[in-house]
Every structure is written in structure tokens, then in C-alpha cells.
Design a protein around this ligand. Structure first.
Ligand code: AMP
Length: 218
């Protein structure tokens, strides 16, 4: 199964993608995670991406398209994949179409996590992330605090406040989403694959809705 998630930063799509990937044994391809790993490892992609990410704007399309051309060509994707954070504008979406055609694949569903924009700033600024890449769980100082302050419940690593979750960068990320990414909702609606879900709900309930939409036995 090939699924794509759309949703503003802070809509909770990363959390849902992680759960779905574990449940259905699908590869979770998160553009943000791939870029952050490239930055940590100081690769040429990481060096190109860093300044854009620090400002909360999109990294240039060719970097992402190349990164996903490589990721989608991996034999480990035979069971399918979940795309999280790519595409993020129309030109990337068109490139993805071509890429999938070349690889003889198609998207079974595009899930749009719909949420009131007014909630997102608080969700993002309060977010704390586990930097351990095999864990990568996300908490919130108010809505989902860890049991021990600033410590991951699952692996004990010290949580971080991502530099682009700081208040100065969050508004730019949200503006970028509105301008660049929101038009993808219409793009995928026109293709007949769009499923819209209310993302202002508990993570458990949203997950059940996703499974229903994908018609997977719970
Ligand atoms: P995320 O973790 O998905 O919120 O992504 C963090 C940052 O990575 C974004 O604010 C962008 O700077 C960059 N980024 C992630 N995905 C893309 C993409 N598809 N195109 C361009 N930049 C991206």
C-alpha cells in the first residue's frame, strides 16, 4: 500500500505515520527526518538544507526530488510506503507523479489531516522531540508531557526543542504551508484519491479513522 499524508506542521501527521508504519509494516519516509539526519551526518544534502530549514522555508525542490528518487527506488519498499512531508508544493507533486510512473507505482490514498490553524502555533512551540532516530517520539509540554521532564518515556534520551519549533520560525513554517502546500489538497482531490480527516481529536481516535479510511481490519 502506498499512502501520502498531507497536513500543516503540528497537525500530528508524523505521529500517525509512525503508528501506521508499525501497524502495517510500511516504510515511513519523512522528508523532515531524512533532512535532519543529513544535517546530523554533515552530508552535502544536509549542508544545502540547513539554512532553509532554520528559516522555516522550503529546501529547493531538486534536493528533495533527488532524495525521494533514491528513497523510493529502494528494494525494501516492496510492501509499500508512507510519504510524510513530501511533496510540499505543486512542482514536487508533479515530480512525484513522474517518479511513481517510472517505478510503476501509484498512491492508494492521500490523507489530509485537517485542523484549525489557530491551534498550531501552541502545538508546535510546546513540542519536544526525542533526537534518538530509532525512537523519534514526540511529546508536548502541556498536551502530552513526558513522565520525567525533558526525558523520553520510551528510551530515556534527553528531549530537544527543535530549532524550527521555536516561536520565531513557527510562523514562517505555517505561512509556507498555506502558500505552498495547501494547494496540494485540490491537486489530489482532482485525482480522486483525497481523504480528509479531522485532526483535532485524540491520536487514538484519529488512528482508528485512518484505518477505517484505508479499510484495514482493526
Ligand atoms: P518537517 O519536519 O516535515 O516539519 O520539516 C522540517 C523542515 O524541512 C521544513 O520546514 C522545510 O524547511 C524542510 N522540508 C521538509 N520537507 C520538505 C519538502 N518536501 N520540500 C522542501 N523542504 C522540506
Amino acid at each position: 500500500m502506498q499512502v501520502l499524508f498531507l497536513g500543516a506542521p503540528g497537525s500530528g501527521k508524523g505521529t500517525q505515520c509512525k503508528k501506521l508504519s508499525a501497524k502495517l509494516d510500511l516504510a515511513h519516509l519523512s522528508s523532515g527526518d531524512l533532512l535532519r539526519a543529513a544535517i546530523r551526518e554533515n552530508t552535502p544534502v544536509g549542508m544545502k538544507a540547513k539554512s532553509f530549514m532554520d528559516q522555516g522555508v522550503l529546501v529547493p525542490d531538486p534536493v528533495l526530488i533527488e532524495m525521494f528518487r533514491e528513497a523510493l527506488s529502494m528494494p525494501a519498499l516492496k510492501k509499500g510506503f508512507i510519504l510524510d512531508g513530501f511533496p510540499r508544493n505543486l512542482s514536487q507533486a508533479e515530480s512525484l507523479d513522474k517518479l511513481l510512473e517510472e517505478l510503476d507505482m501509484k498512491l492508494n490514498a492521500v490523507i489530509d489531516m485537517e485542523i484549525d490553524f489557530a491551534m498550531l502555533e501552541e502545538r508546535l512551540v510546546g513540542r519536544r522531540s526525542c533526537p534518538n532516530k530509532v525512537c523519534a517520539n514526540v511529546f508536548h509540554v502541556k498536551f502530552a508531557p513526558p513522565k520525567v521532564e525533558d526525558t523520553c518515556d520510551f528510551c530515556g534520551t534527553q528531549l530537544i526543542h527543535r530549532s524550527d519549533d521555536k516561536v520565531e520560525v513557527v510562523s514562517s513554517r505555517l505561512e509556507t504551508y498555506k502558500k505552498e502546500t495547501e494547494p496540494l489538497i485540490g491537486f489530489y482531490k482532482a485525482k480522486g484519491v483525497l481523504k480528509t480527516l479531522n485532526a483535532d481529536d485524540t491520536p487514538e481516535h484519529i488512528f482508528q479513522e485512518i484505518l477505517k479510511v484505508l479499510q484495514v481490519a482493526v
